[in-house]
Design a protein around this ligand. Structure first.
Ligand code: FA5
Length: 339
C-alpha cells in the first residue's frame, strides 16, 4: 500500500504544479481528498490491514496528505500571483481621455426645502435650523405633552442612553428654544430632520424631514395662518391653490386643525394624485395652546399666535410624483439623477 501511496504522491504533485486556474485546482483537490477522492479511497483500505501495518501506513498517509495540502496552497498562491502580474502588465488607463461630465446638484429634499425657505423669507420669516438631539422636556413637556399623556405613544421615540435626551420626533421641539431666545413679534420657520422608532414602508420612515412654523404677534388669527400656507403652497406648485381646514388634534394647539389643499395637478377636479377627491391632505396646525403660553410666560391678552408643522418629504413626493418615501435615504444614483 505504501508503494501505491508513493506513486499517487508523485503523480499528484506533478499534476498540481501544472494546473493554471484556481477552479481546476479546487476540482482536482476534490478528486484527490474529497469524500470519494483517490487518497480517501486508499485510506479506507486501512481497516483490512493488521494493527502494525495499519499504524505505519496510517502515519505515512497522514504525512502525505499534509504534504499534498501544502503543495495545493503553494500552487494557489502561484496562480494568484501570476494573475496579478498579468493584470499589471496588460491593464492600463489612458489618463488623457476626457472624463464623462456630471453636473452636481442638490438632493430633491434640499431643493424643495430651499424653495420653502425662500417663500417664507419673502413673507418676513426667520429661518432656524432644528436640533436633531434635544431634551425630553423640549420634545414633549414644553409642548404640553406631559409624561402620562397618551400623545407620547403616538410618536415612538429613540431615547439616548444615560442622559434622558431624545432624537427629536418633531420640529415642534424647537418651539421652546425659539420662545426662550426671542421676544415677540416672532415669525420663524424651523426645517429639520426628525426621527421616529417605526417600521419603514412606502409612507413611513424612521428618519424624515418636517418644517415647523411659529408666529407670535398682536392680532394674529386663523386667517393669517390660512393665507400663509396658501401662499407657500401656491409658490411651490407655481399654481394658485385653495386651503381647507378640518378639526385636528395636537396637544400644543387649541383649536387644532388639519389642513388640506386643492390638488394642483387637476385643479380640484379629481385625479390619481388626489385619489379623485380634488384635495390633498397635508399638515397639522392651530393656535398655540394656553398651557404652552403659560410655560413661556406670555400674556394671552396681549399676544396671539399660530403654529404649523408639515412633513417635507410628503411635499417633495407630491411635487415630483415620487411613489415611495424610502427613495430619499437610498443613495441610488438612478433616482438622484432625475432631479
Ligand atoms: C407633528 O409632528 C406635529 N408636531 C405637527 C404640528 C406642528 C401640528 C405644529 C400642529 C402645530 P404628526 O405626528 O402628525 O404631527 O406628524 C406630522 C406629519 O409627519 C404627519 O403628516 C405625518 O404623516 C408625518 N409622519 C408622522 N410619522 C411619520 C413617519 N414615521 N414617516 C413619515 N412621516 C411621518
Amino acid at each position: 500500500m505504501i508503494q501505491q501511496l508513493i506513486l499517487l504522491e508523485k503523480e499528484a504533485i506533478e499534476h498540481i504544479n501544472s494546473i493554471t486556474t484556481e477552479e481546476m485546482l479546487t476540482l482536482f483537490k476534490n478528486d484527490l481528498l474529497g469524500k470519494t477522492g483517490k487518497l480517501t479511497v486508499i485510506l479506507k483500505g486501512l481497516k483490512d490491514l493488521n494493527p502494525e501495518e495499519k499504524q505505519t501506513v496510517g502515519k505515512f498517509a497522514n504525512t502525505l496528505r499534509d504534504t499534498i495540502n501544502l503543495v495545493f496552497e503553494k500552487q494557489k498562491e502561484t496562480i494568484k500571483q501570476r494573475w496579478i502580474e498579468e493584470k499589471l502588465a496588460n491593464t492600463w488607463i489612458d489618463v488623457t481621455l476626457p472624463i464623462e461630465e456630471t453636473i452636481p446638484h442638490l438632493h430633491p429634499i434640499t431643493q424643495v426645502r430651499m424653495d420653502v425657505e425662500d417663500t417664507f423669507r419673502r413673507m418676513g420669516y426667520e429661518i432656524y435650523e432644528s436640533r436633531e438631539i434635544t431634551t425630553e422636556y423640549n420634545n414633549f413637556d414644553a409642548v404640553n405633552v406631559p409624561k402620562t399623556h397618551p400623545a407620547r405613544d403616538m410618536q415612538d421615540t429613540f431615547w439616548l442612553e444615560g442622559n434622558g435626551n431624545v432624537l427629536s420626533t418633531q420640529t415642534s421641539s424647537m418651539q421652546n428654544f425659539i420662545l426662550k431666545n426671542n421676544t415677540p413679534p416672532i415669525r420663524a420657520i424651523i426645517p429639520g430632520r426628525v426621527f421616529r422608532n417605526e417600521d419603514v414602508d412606502a409612507t413611513h420612515e424612521n428618519t424624515f424631514y418636517q418644517v415647523e412654523g411659529i408666529v407670535i404677534d398682536k392680532n394674529i388669527g386663523m386667517d393669517h395662518l390660512k393665507f400663509t400656507i396658501r401662499t407657500m403652497l401656491s409658490d411651490i406648485f407655481w399654481k394658485e391653490v385653495t386651503i381647507r381646514m378640518r378639526p385636528g388634534y395636537f396637544p400644543f394647539v387649541e383649536p387644532g386643525v388639519e389642513i388640506d389643499f386643492s390638488c394642483p395637478f387637476c385643479s380640484g377636479n379629481g385625479c390619481k394624485i388626489c385619489k379623485k377627491t380634488g384635495w390633498i391632505e397635508f399638515m397639522g396646525a392651530g393656535l398655540i395652546h394656553p398651557n404652552v403660553l403659560k410655560e413661556w410666560g406670555l400674556n394671552p391678552d396681549e399676544y396671539s399666535w399660530f403654529a404649523f408643522g408639515f412633513w417635507l418629504n410628503r411635499l417633495v413626493m407630491i411635487k415630483y410624483g415620487i411613489p415611495d418615501m424610502r427613495y430619499f435615504q437610498n443613495p441610488d444614483i438612478r433616482f438622484l439623477k432625475q432631479f
